[in-house]
Ligand binder design. Structure first.
Ligand code: SAM
Length: 359
């Protein structure tokens, strides 16, 4: 059974825009009440949909009966919103997530775009994927209907004019609760997006992708996918440290890069079929690059990051990540992978959507 969403009007100041991670705290009386009626097997999530016209809305996700109960009680909630960094958008930072032209081509080919097909660029950021897809379609003499979606209007603000004009829609929404109807899209693309939400929420993004795809439609994911647990630990630690040094608080907690075995299992659990890796390349990640793109030239932060990585790297993975340390700069090779998976054609083949967050 899919979780039900309820919308509640919310008055937020504009300067809170673009901070999608929230902590929900109930008043003491509400907590006492709630602890009496629910046990740990229930979970309720709270998220905020940011609208460009400032009509921001909060939504509750959870078992329908519980949501009805919560909304009928008018419980008093206090919510602290913390910055995640994507509210500050610069072309330099957007450029970090670019890939090689050959990878873009493989990504586009994996989507199997046909004439007039509807494709969603989910967690689109500044729209590099859509921009490429329009060019790809034009070169092949086909027309595509491409929708772009991201939770941050600041990121969407970086989409170039040409892509903006060609886009079917540009939507501000959280990947964990999309506003599109069931089975709208022929294909869904997620590039460098899945790792942005906490591990426990990654099934929600994939469940939403499954819901909005037509039967038989592909979901194509392009992300950094560490091969072993130790490389995963190093990559997650490196990103968290950068987020901490740059005061992007929520990313410290949220970002999680799945290993390949975890991603494949998760896709299967959510109900996707026939997953395959269509590409794996290695990109060199240099701490020195962060001096300009992340640290605003602050060499102290670069040194802190370098020391942090030296403390964490283990002998076992020095070769695996092709570790290079020149003193000022540390660079490692990280696998950059593209996976294609499909929504089953026969709905009976589709396993029920269950809570996979604890796996
Ligand atoms: C690393 S960027 C990648 C952007 C783009 N796909 C690319 O590869 O150039 C991640 C994007 O995910 C967006 N994002 C983060 N959390 C999100 C969420 N819960 N729902 C939708 N978008 C989200 C951020 O705003 C950001 O634009």
């Amino acid at each position: 059974m899919r979780n039900k969403r309820k919308f509640i009007p919310l008055n937020l100041e504009d300067d809170l825009l673009g901070h999608p991670t929230t902590f929900l705290t109930l008043s003491e009386e509400a907590q006492a009440f709630v602890s009496k009626i629910i046990d740990d097997s229930f979970s309720i999530r709270f998220s905020i949909d940011f609208e460009p016209n400032s009509n921001h809305r909060a939504s509750l996700h959870g078992p329908p009966d519980l949501i009805d109960l919560f909304t009928s009680l008018n419980l008093q909630v206090r919510c602290d919103i913390i910055a995640d960094g994507y509210n500050v958008a610069t072309p330099e930072r957007a450029a970090i997530y670019c890939g090689q032209p050959q990878e873009f081509e493989k990504f586009a080919l994996a989507l199997g775009l046909g004439n007039d097909c509807k494709v969603l660029d989910l967690m689109c950021g500044s729209g590099t994927v859509s921009c490429y897809l329009f060019q790809f379609a034009q070169e092949r003499g086909i027309t595509i209907q491409c929708s772009l979606c991201d939770s941050h209007c600041e990121q969407l603000g970086l989409i170039d004019q040409n892509t903006r004009l060609k886009a079917t829609d540009i939507t501000i929404a959280d990947g964990r609760g999309l506003p599109y109807p069931n089975e709208l899209f022929d294909a869904v693309a997620i590039k460098m997006g899945l790792h942005e939400v906490p591990q426990a929420d990654q099934p929600l993004v994939l469940q939403e992708a499954l819901r909005i795809l037509k039967p038989g439609g592909p979901l194509v994911i392009w992300d950094l996918v560490p091969g072993s647990g130790e490389v995963q630990d190093l990559l997650c630690a490196q990103k968290k440290k950068i987020s901490a040094l740059t005061h992007r608080e929520s990313l410290i907690f949220d970002r999680f890069f799945l290993r390949e075995d975890q991603l494949l299992r998760l896709l299967e659990d959510v109900g996707f079929k026939d997953t395959e890796r269509v590409s794996r390349t290695y990109s060199r990640d240099s701490t020195m690059d962060k001096l300009k793109t992340e640290f605003g030239g602050d060499k102290c932060k670069l040194e802190i990051l370098n020391s942090y990585l030296r403390e964490r790297v283990t002998h076992a993975i020095i070769d695996e990540v092709c570790w290079e340390d020149s003193g000022q700069n540390i660079s490692i090779m990280i696998p950059n992978c593209i996976y294609r998976t499909y929504k089953p054609v026969n709905l009976e083949d589709n396993i029920p959507l269950t809570d996979t967050s604890s796996r």
